[in-house]
Design a binder for this molecule. Structure first.
Ligand code: AGP
Length: 611
């Protein structure tokens, strides 16, 4: 999704802006641009469609000490040079913007009457004309931005520069993340701290309504009432090591293989001898869990799939659990039972729908809020009562892999903590908890074993590369695992993939079965195995081709119509984590055969910060 970088320094900032944009490439974008105030005090604007490397190619002769840069992921207006940011007005002001301005049509009509020419189809262009308009009426840049944001409806993270005040960078935030990176006689802004790794470790997070006046040696922040405020200076732990490919062909492959370490780190410090610890969920976790009678989980995409798996665990443990997609939750009425803990799950912590759902939930009488997140600096973390981090490490591939499995592990730990209140005094663990804890300790090794299936999966992937449709089947907690497998395949290979609870086949999708529709199934050795086998027979009887990841003791064997890959026997509670691995590998190798842009699939963004 769109990325912002800005800088004000006593040196040429073009290399910093370009490097920052490259570091944001993983978020997904379709065009890029920058504007600096040059040595003649003129705005120099460069924009191009496609990769940041193309922009770099047209910036060789540009230099400046104050400027803003942007990667754009199209919302209003197709990917095109004129729609790329920055947008300028009268060659005086340049603006980069993340978010959406909902009243852009009204502002555009007004500005046309005022004589402003429009050169793009974007909602952003109205912002820069509005700032320019106020400056033409005599305001300085800061006042003009302050006045303009009051006239905007919608979400924005803004970086603004003007040739009239060449040593000044203005930042403003409402609904879209924006940070200020602090350097030595130079300061920066970015939508994501990873853009600033080489130039700044110290940073401040702007809160909604904040506007910052930034020079090379000062930062002043004003809140939405206009009062000067201090924001805490934080230290970033991000490093370049996390962003290197390290010999892997793609970040997605690297991240699939990092799951052993990611899960080890997610479990670290969270397990006692035979119990799950509660303090890692926050100082007030014990008190909040004592009050919790039921759970509501909200998330999007892969994080939603993790929540859907967890529902089976919570309810197995006697805890009512409701799971919903954030964009749906936001737009309906709710009945909230007393003692309901509102849980959000998000890899990025910046997904707009999830964030908005949390804000809405806070007005509805939930007991407390808990966030499961992978990014400590994120908005969702700051807005929640309790947070537990999935220590997956930075995930760069757009298709989520290690974030998903670490979310599963974290959700299982949460379910176990709440289960203790169902079986006893809420403090003492029992033999079942001890058994699951032992299984969690061996999970990293079991993931290694699942990764060893890769050669067989490479052979299997050849059966998919020329197909246009696939069906994924699972039952119980493995139905959402099938959904996640289908999501991975469609995201990176562009093959249409649908997932069904296998029992639903005969209620419609069986009509689709033929030899051109490979059917993938996950078959752990659980209480639903025999039912699943019957469902697979329904596919075979109609000439379907089956590709089954099955427990080694399931009794399922390969034949002419069915390819079975055997998975080492695994405890039922952690089986969903293990069965995820071969599905990730299958998607990856099918996409590799198809030659798609695996880490940055078309039309997708890593962090979805618009509605
Ligand atoms: C996963 O492969 C996707 N790219 C996507 O569904 C993602 O999980 C979703 O956008 C939610 O993101 P979040 O976890 O950062 O909130």
């Amino acid at each position: 999704m769109c990325g912002i970088v800005g800088a004000v320094a006593n040196r040429d900032i073009i290399p910093t802006l370009i490097d920052g944009l490259k570091r944001l490439e993983y978020r997904g974008y379709d065009s890029a641009g920058l504007a600096v105030v040059d040595s003649h005090n003129e705005l120099d604007l460069r924009r191009s469609v496609g990769r940041v490397a193309s922009l770099e190619g047209i910036c060789e002769s540009v230099s400046g000490m104050t400027g803003v840069a942007h990667t754009r992921w199209a919302t209003h207006g197709r990917p095109a040079e004129n729609n790329a940011h920055p947008h300028t007005s009268s060659s005086q002001v340049a603006v980069v913007h993340n978010g959406i301005i909902e009243n852009h049509n009204e502002l555009r009509a007004l500005q046309k009457e005022q004589g402003f020419p429009f050169s793009s189809e974007t909602d952003t262009e109205v912002i820069v004309h509005q700032i320019d308009w106020h400056m033409q009426k005599g305001m300085g840049l800061l006042e003009a931005v302050k006045t303009t944001v009051k006239e905007l409806d919608g979400a924005y993270g803004l970086g603004v520069v003007s040739k009239q005040e060449p040593d000044l960078l203005i930042a403003a935030r409402s609904g879209s993340p924006l940070l200020i990176g602090l350097g030595d006689s130079e300061n920066f802004i970015a939508s994501d701290m990873s853009a600033l790794i080489p130039v700044s470790q110290k940073y401040m997070v702007l809160e909604d309504g904040d506007i910052a006046k930034i020079t090379s040696d000062s930062v002043e922040i004003f809140d939405q009432t206009g009062a000067a405020v201090e924001r805490e200076v934080l230290i970033s732990t991000l490093s370049d090591e996390e962003t290197e490919l390290g010999g892997f062909s793609h970040y997605m492959k690297k991240e699939i293989h990092e799951q052993t370490r990611a899960i080890t780190e997610t479990l670290e410090g969270r397990l006692g001898a035979d119990s799950v610890l509660e303090l890692p969920f926050g100082d007030s976790a014990r008190e909040i869990f004592d009050k919790t009678k039921e759970i509501k989980i909200i998330a999007c995409g892969t994080s939603y799939n993790a929540a859907s798996v967890a529902r089976y665990w919570f309810e197995e443990f006697g805890i009512k659990c409701d799971v919903e997609i954030a964009s749906e939750y936001r737009y309906r009425k709710h009945v909230v039972n007393e003692g309901t803990l509102f849980v959000t799950i998000s890899q990025s912590g910046e997904t707009l729908d999830t964030m908005a759902a949390l804000e809405m939930a806070k007005t509805l009488g939930y007991t407390n809020t808990l966030c499961i997140c992978n990014v400590p600096e994120s908005s969702l973390v700051r807005a929640s009562d309790l947070t537990i981090f999935t220590h997956a490490g930075r995930e760069i591939g757009v298709a989520s892999t290690k974030a998903f499995t670490t979310q599963l592990v974290t959700l299982l730990m949460l379910a176990i903590c709440l289960r203790r209140r169902r079986i006893g005094d809420g403090r003492t663990s029992d033999s079942m908890e001890a058994e699951i804890v032992q299984e969690l300790r061996t999970l990293p090794q079991q993931i290694e074993n699942a990764l060893d299936l890769e050669d067989d999966i490479i052979a299997m992937s050849k059966h998919f590369a020329d197909k246009h449709h696939t069906l994924f089947l699972g039952r119980g907690a493995h139905y959402p695992i099938a959904v996640e497998g289908a999501l991975k395949l469609k995201e990176i290979s562009y093959i249409h993939a649908e997932a069904y609870a296998a029992g639903e086949l005969k209620h419609g999708p069986l009509a689709l079965i033929d030899e051109d529709m490979p059917v993938v199934a996950v078959a752990p050795n659980d209480e639903l195995l025999e039912k699943l086998k019957s469902n697979l027979e329904e596919v075979r009887a109609r000439g379907g081709k089956l590709y089954v990841f099955a427990d080694a003791n399931s009794g399922l064997e390969s034949d002419d119509e069915t390819m079975v890959l055997k998975v080492a026997p695994v405890n039922n509670y952690i089986a969903p984590v293990i069965y995820t691995i071969p599905l990730q590998l299958l998607s990856y190798h099918v996409a590799l055969l198809k030659g798609t842009d695996i880490d940055k699939p078309r039309n997708l963004a890593k962090s979805v910060t618009v509605e």
